[in-house]
Design a binder for this molecule. Structure first.
Ligand SMILES: [Ca+2]
Length: 266
């Protein structure tokens, strides 16, 4: 019994959270939060380059404004496609040209991960218009801002640590621009997923989400790891359709990707 109690005490001690940084809803507490978060980052193994990026980060009011203005509008499928992709035929025509630029790459990725090029270019087009709009706020500052902000700290803190880890490893420049919640690169990975699923698709030995081939190969790797099956269909009711839910939880988004990819393959 004593041994049991000792073990219990030790495990309680181990599970006790270290004093953690206190969230806030305005810029005024951000500096103090960063200092406390630096200690957490150090405990998580973040090295000098990551810690310097943390010290240099600033509160992103643009991120908070975007976060507070999220409307949560639910679009019907046709409206969603029209707003995000334009017409399916025009989108499919551009997407086919993207594949035709580098067919060997898409064939290699499909043979390795089982994910067809049509799905990857559909995600690429949907997320950033094939790399045209990858965001306008520094990734490190925006992900730290939403990690500090009280609304969804628990969700974003692991992504903030991952972003610092990426800076540390040379996968992310401290000043790199991304979307409002720290989504980065051609297909807008959150940093935690980027760190976990990132692969080198360009063959230069580095993983850089601002390189199209790295971002697309990493997207294929993500889908594969989430259960994508080579050769199985991806339209609603087919085995790969639910895997799209791992990428984006909005049903209309999943339906639009499947419809666009099917149109490309037609
Ligand atoms: Ca690369």
């Amino acid at each position: 019994m004593r041994r049991f109690l000792t073990a219990l005490c030790l495990s309680l001690f181990a599970a006790a959270p270290a004093i953690s940084a206190t969230c806030g809803n305005t810029s005024s507490g951000f500096g103090a939060w960063k200092s406390a978060f630096a200690a957490e980052a150090q405990r998580a193994g973040i090295g000098q380059r990551g810690l310097q990026a943390l010290a240099a980060a600033s509160y992103s009011q643009k991120t908070i404004n975007a976060d507070r203005n999220q409307k949560g509008v639910k679009y019907a499928f046709n409206d969603f496609v029209r707003i995000r992709l334009g017409s399916l035929d025009a989108f499919a025509a551009s997407a086919r040209k993207r594949i035709a630029r580098n067919p060997a790459f898409f064939a290699a990725v499909e043979s390795r991960y089982g994910v067809p090029g049509s799905i990857l270019v559909s995600i690429h087009g949907m997320e950033t218009g094939f790399g045209r709009t990858m965001g306008s706020v520094p990734v490190v500052s925006s992900i730290l801002t939403v990690a500090y902000d009280c609304r969804r700290s628990d969700f974003f803190i692991p992504h903030a640590l991952a972003a610092l880890q990426m800076v540390d490893r040379g996968m992310l420049s401290p000043n790199q621009l991304g979307a409002f919640h720290g989504e980065l690169g051609h297909t807008q990975f959150l940093p935690g997923n980027a760190l976990r699923y990132g692969v080198d698709g360009s063959g230069d030995g580095r993983v850089d989400f601002y390189n199209e081939w790295d971002a697309l190969a990493s997207t294929a790797n993500f889908l594969r790891q989430k259960g994508w099956r080579a050769g199985a269909g991806f339209e609603p009711g087919q085995p790969n359709f639910p895997v799209l839910n791992e990428w984006n939880a909005a049903t209309v988004y999943q339906q639009a990707i499947a419809a666009a990819a099917a149109r490309i393959d037609r």
